[in-house]
Design a protein around this ligand. Structure first.
Ligand SMILES: Nc1nc2c(ncn2[C@@H]2O[C@@H]3COP(=O)(O)O[C@H]3[C@H]2O)c(=O)[nH]1
Ligand SMILES: [Zn+2]
Length: 506
């Protein structure tokens, strides 16, 4: 059995731990809990030398004395040690997990004897669920831990994140709302704020309410609240409504909206756009990123048009989805309690509305070459004070952010590809069922992960990202290099798959 040595600093001491190849996630967590002298109800966080959070799991990468991790106890996990108030009014300390376990055991036993689950057990189960939900609302007290999912869960997609059972969409929204409104953006540490400005930010570490707080931080740290006289409550209502208007689908969901907005935010800082564009331009770009896929149904424009859906009818086959995303955005802004633009002048409002419409409509990939070519022509004479030039740049920035998953570390990007293919395959399956033309790059019989990525990176990502990098050379290391790395990775995978296929043939 192979083992690996992990070096880490804890309580001011450099320690080492040996991880066996067969150890479980629970073993690893226990090992580090002991090292940190922390009880079972404490949340631990491990950082690498860049200050990024790494998952405490058997997949921790081996390191050396010079590149040790940092282990910290960040909070106490209230969810697991609670006072359970029984209906009789007696307070009893209880472990929720062990109570659930005992309940399950009891239920099995009784079901074996009686043949059905008795009402009293059903009632107890409901009570446990209800306590779990209530506890969610106090979890924010430990959210400074910022570490929510363990690695095995986290690798799974957003749609598979642990959700409380049997919750309707409305109940889930209410849960997120309560949690979001109970958190304070002031709790977000300086370290996280800085991390938020980089493309290596890992979205899979965060749950919805936390992402909402991080979005609030983006608006605050770009000074939008002061510059546009936005009220915090209104901003929170707006962000929450945006969250509610993303559907629970594999790819075009709220997590995607968060990633695109976070990438836009990162690009603004990396390229120092604050010194080159106006605050209004930045507000247009960030809010367009946030709203650019609102109420996406999981089926693309080609499908909308071929299936003659309501959206295609309403928008006469012209970018039906993008028109819809934009209309939903302004529908949200039309509610006074969500209108973050309400304190702006009519002139400013018109500018923002016009800018957002242009940026969101520019995300229709059918217009990709048209927009990229316009930018290419301007490139040699680009002028940040020219209104038309700025307009094209803003569209390019939203487009780059929209398709930037491959600019992220592989561990973050790869699960996104699974989500995308899941949505693609869903569409092509429906197209087959309905007898509609099957979109070739979505056909599960024709597409694989490597083939999908090599073509997309070669023909879409690299030409687009290279053009933006010409204007901002500092982006080379942040977006171009990782995308080149991804191309190499998927090209190798594609070659290996082909070779395997060739040798397998008789
Ligand atoms: N193959 C591939 N397509 C992508 C990737 N990221 C984004 N896209 C496509 O780019 C499109 C951008 O607009 P949409 O959101 O409509 O749909 C998106 C996907 O079809 C990716 O990593 N790989
Ligand atoms: Zn998108």
């Amino acid at each position: 059995m192979t083992t690996k040595i992990i070096y880490f600093m804890v309580n001011g001491k450099l320690e080492q731990a040996e991880l066996g190849a067969d150890c479980s996630a629970a073993d690893v967590k226990d090992l580090f809990r002991v090292a940190a002298e922390a009880g079972p109800h404490h949340i631990l966080k491990m950082y690498n030398t860049n200050g990024s959070v790494v998952n405490i799991s058997p997949r921790l990468e081996a390191n050396s004395v010079d590149s040790y991790y940092r282990l910290e106890v960040v909070a106490s996990d209230l969810q697991n040690s609670l006072i359970l108030f029984l209906s009789a009014g007696v307070a009893m300390p209880l472990e929720l997990d062990s109570m659930e376990y005992r309940l399950r055991h009891l239920e099995n036993k009784v079901t074996e004897d009686v043949g059905k689950t008795p009402d009293i057990i059903c009632e107890l189960k409901t009570q446990v669920e209800s306590f779990k939900r209530k506890l969610e609302s106090v979890e924010h007290l430990s959210w400074m831990g910022l570490f929510r999912y363990d690695c095995d869960q986290q690798l799974s997609k957003s749609s598979q994140k642990p959700k409380l059972p049997q919750m309707s969409v409305q109940e889930e929204h209410q849960r997120v709302r309560m949690k979001f409104f109970n958190m304070s953006s002031l709790q977000v540490t300086e370290e996280v704020r800085e991390h938020l400005k980089t493309p290596i930010f890992d979205n899979w570490q965060w749950e919805e309410a936390e992402m909402l707080v991080l979005l609030q931080v983006m608006y605050t740290d770009l000074d939008f609240l002061t510059a546009f006289n936005m009220e915090v409550e209104v901003l929170q209502n707006f962000l929450f409504e945006v969250y509610c208007h993303y559907n629970n689908i594999p790819f075009h969901n709220f997590q995607h909206c968060f990633c695109v907005t976070q990438m836009m935010y990162g690009l603004i800082w990396l390229t120092d756009l604050r010194s080159k564009l106006g605050r209004i331009d930045l507000l247009i770009m960030l809010t367009s990123a946030l709203c650019h896929d609102l109420d996406h149904p999981g089926y693309n424009n080609v499908y909308q048009i071929n299936a003659q859906t309501d959206l295609a009818l309403r928008y006469n086959d012209i970018s039906p989805l993008e028109n819809h995303h934009c209309a939903v955005a302004f529908g949200i802004l039309a509610k006074p309690e969500c209108n973050i633009l309400k304190n702006l002048t009519t002139e400013q409002y018109k500018l923002i509305r016009g800018g957002m419409i242009k940026c969101i409509l520019a995300t229709d990939m059918a217009r990709h070459n048209e927009i990229l070519n316009k930018f290419k022509v301007l490139q040699p004479v680009f002028d940040f004070t020219n209104k038309d030039h700025k307009e094209v740049l803003m569209k390019i920035m939203v487009k780059v952010s929209d398709i930037s998953n491959e600019a992220r570390p592989m561990a973050v990007a790869e699960p996104w590809l699974d989500c995308l293919l899941q949505e693609f395959f869903n569409q092509s399956d429906t197209e087959k069922l309905k007898g509609l033309p099957v979109t070739p790059f979505m056909d599960r019989d024709k597409v694989s992960k490597p083939s999908s990525q090599t073509n997309f990176i070669r023909f879409v990502l690299l030409p687009l990202f290279s053009e933006l990098t010409k204007l901002f050379p500092c982006l080379e290391q942040h977006i171009l290099e990782p995308v080149r790395g991804a191309l190499e990775y998927y090209s190798n995978l594609e070659r290996a798959t082909k070779e395997e296929g060739a040798t397998a043939k008789p």
